[in-house]
Ligand binder design. Structure first.
Ligand code: HEM
Length: 397
């Protein structure tokens, strides 16, 4: 059964992507306010970037960060935000969770930059803020730090975005997140088309694969805008806020944790990936808490036909059973001729082109300039992570 999408179709995505990284303005047009936590949301949108700029320019950044923590916790202690958080509708709750984790993440990152030790950093985060952060992760199960879902999927980027920077760096930061969100819509469209092909009786295979390739090409167009137009200087201004947590053993919000890329890869070439890159699957299971939970657990259900707890590594990954082919579109394609086979190959090519272009983008903005990476553990090689879904050599055209 296809999952219905609240996102746009590829044509709309390409159109919306034309505006990102255009460097025509240094202010954000907030079309429609989304402030589910009232004063707390107002603070995140209207005051937090100014506090950050002040701390960065301060001669006593340690005192300035502590003052920020105090202001946040005074606001939170002033009303029953815990009850309010639990009452919100699903979509408003997503924005509220983003607000809360933008605050927590900011306090940790700024505390580290100001040289606070762990005890002082925890005191600065404060108990009231920590409590609503914990509650938000209980209502929507997720990792206890700013997640990819908070930053990209729940952030109301086109109406009332949450960003850390002021001026042109803030606009670039919004566009960085928006570009990811647009790619996520394309991936959702590709995933829906592949699910239709895999699960719907009588689905038109040619039509499904044509939509899939079109969606992946649209994602490639958006990624090309990152590669060609994003400013490396502005990127380095906002990148510092999205690093690993400096006090906890936790990775930062990274595109690595896009569950839809995993879903599309599994549907298109899941078995080949298993034979050639089993580490890809091991990593997804090992790091599963970092992914948007709804989508990654849907993928785990496909991959666990024996219905073992979806969190556990499946037996096929331990070599104790065959790969569950029915998670992918391959069994359905066997019923079709070579034309449909070629269309599937075009989809795989488009996804590979995405991965190669992404590798070049990562080199240009992070690896070559030596900026810290956020979604790779110390024991991993970043090159291995960046080619973990490629079935051919990384430098191939
Ligand atoms: C300027 C833009 C980008 C840069 C500099 C960049 C950089 C990186 C880096 C350094 C990694 C390694 C893990 C980490 O440290 O985070 C990574 C992984 C990853 N990123 Fe990005 N990224 C960018 C945009 C995107 C976009 C728009 C997406 C789309 C959702 C994306 C999806 C991924 C994926 C899926 C991985 C895991 C490797 C793979 O499976 O191909 N990235 N990225």
């Amino acid at each position: 059964m296809a999952v219905s999408s609240s996102f746009s179709v590829p044509d709309q995505t390409s159109h919306r992507a034309q505006g990102i990284f255009s460097h025509l303005t240094d202010s954000i047009d907030r079309r429609q306010r989304r402030r589910p936590l009232g004063t707390v949301s107002d603070f995140v949108v209207e005051q937090l970037p100014h506090y950050i700029a002040e701390i960065k320019g301060s001669e006593r950044p340690d005192g300035a960060v502590k003052a920020l923590g105090h202001s946040i916790n005074t606001i939170i202690a002033g009303a029953d935000y815990e009850a309010h958080l639990l009452d919100l509708s699903h979509s408003e709750f997503g924005v509220a969770k983003t607000d809360v984790h933008y605050l927590v993440n900011c306090v940790y990152q700024m505390s580290a930059a100001a040289g606070l030790d762990r005890v002082d950093a925890e005191l600065t985060v404060g108990e009231p803020l920590r409590r609503i952060a914990r509650l938000s992760c209980q209502r929507q199960r997720s990792i206890d730090v700013l997640s990819y879902e908070d930053m990209i999927l729940s952030n109301p980027l086109e109406s009332d975005p949450r960003v850390y920077c002021l001026g042109s760096a803030g606009v670039e930061e919004r566009d960085f997140c928006l570009g990811h969100q647009l790619i996520e819509s394309d991936l959702q469209a590709a995933m829906d088309a592949l699910l239709e092909l895999r699960d719907a009786v009588g689905a038109d295979a040619g039509q499904c694969l044509a939509l899939c390739v079109k969606s992946l090409e649209s994602a490639n167009d958006v990624l090309a805008r990152f590669y060609e137009h994003m400013s490396p200087d502005l990127f380095s201004e906002f990148r510092v806020f999205y690093g690993k947590n400096p006090y906890k053993d936790r990775l930062g919000p990274s595109g690595r944790f896009s569950a839809r890329i995993v879903a599309v890869s599994v549907l298109l070439m899941g078995e080949e990936l298993f034979h050639q890159k089993p580490q890809f699957y091991r990593d997804v299971y090992r790091l599963s808490e970092y992914y948007p939970q709804g989508c990654i657990h849907e993928v785990f259900r496909w991959l666990s036909p024996d219905n073992r707890s979806a969190r556990l590594q499946p037996s096929w990954l331990e070599g104790k059973a065959g790969f569950p082919k029915f998670a992918t579109i391959s069994p359905v394609l066997k019923r079709h001729g070579s034309e449909i086979g070629n269309m599937r190959a075009s989809c795989v090519c488009a996804l590979d082109r995405f991965t190669r272009m992404h590798f070049r983008t990562a080199l240009k903005y992070t690896i070559d300039p030596g900026r810290p990476i956020v979604g790779v553990e110390a024991a991993e090689s970043v090159e291995a992570v960046l080619s973990q879904r490629l079935l051919t050599a990384v430098h191939q055209k």
